[in-house]
Design a protein around this ligand. Structure first.
Ligand SMILES: Cc1cc2nc3c(=O)[nH]c(=O)nc-3n(C[C@H](O)[C@H](O)[C@H](O)COP(=O)(O)OP(=O)(O)OC[C@H]3O[C@@H](n4cnc5c(N)ncnc54)[C@H](O)[C@@H]3O)c2cc1C
Length: 324
């Protein structure tokens, strides 16, 4: 049986692996079979991850995190976890290839998925004028004309935030009223850079190598028209990847995995969670990485309490860390 299994190969999973591996806990990290490296594999330049003053391409950053985790002894498996047996002291993880792995502690870092519009162009234009994250990409749209799709609080927040950069921000919404809170609606409505496009859905995204506009379809009349744009932000929701732990771990009202305060402790002993799967608000690479650190240290405490010598020694080296 292993000390730690980590599920997920995003910034949270690999950072947890770096800490666990340096504590000589020889973590096994299940990376998934197709989405290895997590959400940052879908983007181009990352300019807000500390330590890279010139910026770094998303896949390069993830390659470095993986190399750092492997350097200290993390074993990476390229498969998906298909089922979990985590109630008892031994955590069992079954993979798509039928293999089962066991560990004393589990770190669950499966991230969350931004909802997509379901258009084929999304795959090609992601990171090329098409984004799901205003905090990450707003900076690239200085003095541009852009649009935000959505009608909830996060769409209003993204649109309002984007007016710091863009000259014009359309908010495209399929109905004639918003589901955002009154205060967020009012803030957006009062902003002279924001213009609402009601009863409209995006039928197609235009552009070969970068977004040049969208084809809008009127949801009442079915009429189509072209809206020229430099960028498009999709803010129609987010789904934490929790399907494997439904009925096993407590979830929050927002659908994220419940953790105890600022720790990574879930409702089951020995099961820790980190990254976007526990985070309804911030969802950044660096917050996910920080959260992975917390999970690894919490897991070390848990293992040390069970008599794991490596975990106890690692905690002594970091004696300033106390999370009890
Ligand atoms: C297009 C885009 C651009 C972004 N740009 C930035 C940016 O510039 N700066 C920034 O700070 N943030 C950015 N973000 C946000 C950032 O990517 C996320 O906050 C961060 O990746 C979350 O890390 P995570 O480790 O929690 O999850 P993720 O990165 O989502 O990784 C989760 C991993 O778990 C794996 N997984 C899920 N289920 C299973 C399973 N059953 N078995 C095995 N593996 C599984 C997934 O395949 C994935 O590899 C961007 C996001 C997107 C979508």
């Amino acid at each position: 049986m292993r000390d730690i299994i980590i599920i997920g190969s995003g910034p949270a999973g690999f950072t947890a692996a770096i800490y666990a591996a340096r504590a000589e806990l020889k973590p096994l990290l299940i990376a998934s079979s197709v989405e290895i490296g997590g959400e940052l594999m879908n983007t181009t330049e990352v300019e807000n991850f500390p330590g890279f003053p010139e910026g770094i391409m998303g896949p390069d950053l993830m390659g470095k995190l993986q190399a750092q985790a492997e350097r200290f002894g993390t074993e990476v498996v390229y498969d998906d976890v298909v089922s979990l047996d985590i109630d008892g002291p031994v955590k069992r993880v079954t993979l798509g290839n039928g293999e089962t792995h066991e560990a004393a502690a589990l770190i669950y870092a499966t991230g969350s998925a931004y909802r997509k519009l379901g258009l084929p162009e999304e795959e090609v234009l992601s990171g090329h004028g098409l984004s799901w994250c205003a905090t990450c990409d707003g900076f690239f749209f200085r003095q541009k004309t852009i649009a935000v799709v959505g009608g909830g609080d996060s769409a209003m927040e993204e649109a309002t935030f984007l007016t710091r950069f863009a000259d014009k921000v359309y908010v495209i919404h399929r109905r004639d009223s918003l589901k955002a809170s009154k205060i967020m609606q009012q803030r957006a409505a009062d902003n002279e850079k924001i213009e609402f496009v009601w009863n409209s859905e995006v039928a197609a995204i235009q552009g070969e190598t970068a977004v040049t506009g969208v084809t809008l379809r009127d949801t009442v009349t079915g009429e189509e028209r072209l809206l020229e744009l430099d960028g498009l932000f999709v803010a129609i929701g987010n789904d934490p990847r929790t399907h494997l732990v439904h009925g096993k771990l407590d979830l929050t009202a927002e659908g994220t995995i419940w953790v105890d305060g600022r720790t990574s402790k879930t409702s089951l002993p020995g099961v820790f969670a980190a990254g976007d799967v526990i985070d309804p608000h911030y969802r950044q690479a660096i917050t996910a990485a920080g959260s992975g650190t917390v999970a690894a240290l919490d897991a070390e405490h848990y293992l040390a309490a069970q008599g794991n010598v490596h975990a106890a020694e690692a905690l002594l080296e970091n004696e300033f860390v106390s999370v009890d």
